[in-house]
Design a protein around this ligand. Structure first.
Ligand code: TRP
Length: 361
């Protein structure tokens, strides 16, 4: 079976380092591995509208930001199909039919939806569109017969929901859809990169993000004021690694070669951690080290972004071509789905002929 990737992001803001280590970087590696027959990367504007329906301008403006972030990290439109969800109207058709296969109780139990309902204070007034977005996400994945969905851990309930829909569809109608697998980030630090303030997650509203498009100065300033270990007051004090944001970021970004380049007194991260735990290693030093690493990672991304920023119409052209390409694939699968559900009346000669015994014609 050919391997197909589908994944995406809601265009509610610029992408940040959490997105980068949690998924973007991996996507580029997967893209360049040559192991996948198709790679589809979707800007999920329709999903973003389920809880931003009253602010379409925000979604509209962020489509280009997300597209620029994609291109600047190295997603290559000649290999990967970059497209906009709303431009594939077939996805809403899949969603409508899949709705029959999911109960309200099941949607209520979806942990991601549960958490988001709480976060948005939707408790007593959940918009139906928002409540059903896991079904629409199943449509996104299955419409392209994706086998592999690289996502963060928070998206696992969505993949599980999709798998259930696929199994139900295939058993009721006929084996048509592909059961996808989630592909998680490689390590825990990448899975859950905290905000610069040490809070569990980077979030725009908390103001604790480092954006891919931040300037070198902004990035440095954010790193130098990162949350570390509140008990590590004097340089000589023993420090804690656990919950120390700088070390979590180092776990996500640091490679042994960075030591040769930026901090040759140590051979690896273990040695650095040991010294910090023992005492005698200051926060400024580890922050500076992290700053070098992050800057070296972001520098080529910023440069690429600058290039694409010079030709925004070309970026829209990439999205348009990608959307047309993706639509062709979705139409093919939708035909199969309708055939399986027997709602292909006009191209089913046997249906028309079968009426012969009842009506003489
Ligand atoms: N729910 C995802 C997010 O919030 C975005 C998304 C929409 C997605 N459809 C998808 C991710 C399909 C993977 C596959 O980031």
């Amino acid at each position: 079976m050919s391997k197909i990737i589908l994944t995406g992001d809601r265009p509610t803001g610029r992408l940040h380092l959490g997105h980068y280590v949690g998924s973007l970087k991996r996507r580029v590696e997967l893209q360049n591995s040559g192991e996948y027959e198709k790679i589809l990367i979707m800007i999920a504007d329709a999903q973003a509208l389920t809880d931003n329906f009253d602010n379409p301008e925000k979604i509209r403006q962020n489509i280009i930001e997300v597209a620029l972030d994609y291109l600047s990290v190295g997603l290559d439109p000649s290999i990967s199909t970059l497209f906009i969800q709303s431009q594939i109207p077939e996805l809403t058709e899949f969603t409508f039919y899949y709705m029959n296969l999911v109960t309200m109780a099941r949607l209520h139990r979806n942990p991601t939806v549960k958490a988001e309902i709480q976060l948005r204070n939707f408790e007593s007034n959940i918009p139906a569109g928002f409540f059903c977005y896991p079904i629409s996400q199943a449509a996104d994945i299955t419409a392209f017969k994706a086998t592999t969905v690289p996502v963060g851990e928070d998206q696992l309930p969505m993949i599980e929901q999709t798998r259930e829909i696929v199994r139900k569809f295939n058993s009721i109608y006929s084996k048509t859809l592909i059961e996808p697998e989630a592909l998680l980030p490689k390590n825990n630090a990448c899975m859950r990169l905290p905000g610069t303030d040490g809070k569990a997650k980077m979030s725009k509203s908390l103001g604790n993000c480092i954006y891919l498009a931040d300037t070198p100065e902004e990035t440095k300033q954010k790193i130098m004021s990162m949350y570390t270990d509140p008990l590590h007051i004097q340089v000589s004090d023993p420090g804690h690694i656990e919950g120390n944001t700088v070390f979590t970021y180092l776990d996500a970004f640091c490679q042994n070669t960075h030591f040769e380049q930026f901090l040759p007194e140590y051979n690896n991260l273990e040695e650095l951690k040991e010294h910090y735990t023992k005492g005698g290693l200051g926060d400024v030093k580890i922050k500076k080290f992290l700053n070098y690493i992050i800057q070296s990672e972001l520098e080529p991304i910023r440069a690429k972004r600058k290039e694409y920023e010079k030709d925004i119409p070309a970026v829209y052209d990439i999205l348009k071509a990608g959307s047309e390409n993706a639509r062709t694939l979705a139409i093919e699968t939708l035909d199969e789905v309708k055939q399986a559900m027997k709602i292909n009346y006009f191209d089913d000669i046997s249906l028309i002929q079968a009426h012969k015994t009842k009506y003489e014609f």
